[in-house]
Design a protein around this ligand. Structure first.
Ligand SMILES: [Zn+2]
Length: 66
C-alpha cells in the first residue's frame, strides 16, 4: 500500500510514507476534510464556523454557545 511500519529503538511507532504516493495524499485529504466536518468539542457532525473572529469546527449546538 506504499506504507511500511517499523519500531525505533525507543519503541515509538513510526509510519513511513513514500513521497508522491497517491494514498498518502488521499489520507491527508481524508484527515483534512474530517477535521472540517466533526465538532471539535463533542465529535458530532458539524462544520467549520468562520463567522466569528475564530475559526472552529463545531456542531449546531456548540456553535451557538460562546
Ligand atoms: Zn458539539
Amino acid at each position: 500500500m506504499g506504507t511500511s511500519r517499523g519500531r525505533r529503538p525507543d519503541g515509538s511507532l513510526r509510519i513511513y510514507f513514500e513521497p508522491n504516493e497517491r494514498a498518502y495524499e488521499d489520507l491527508l485529504d481524508e484527515l483534512a476534510s474530517e477535521s472540517l466536518t466533526i465538532c471539535e468539542v463533542c465529535g458530532n457532525p458539524g462544520r467549520l464556523r468562520t463567522d466569528r473572529y475564530w475559526q472552529r469546527t463545531l456542531c449546531d449546538g456548540h456553535a451557538i454557545r460562546r
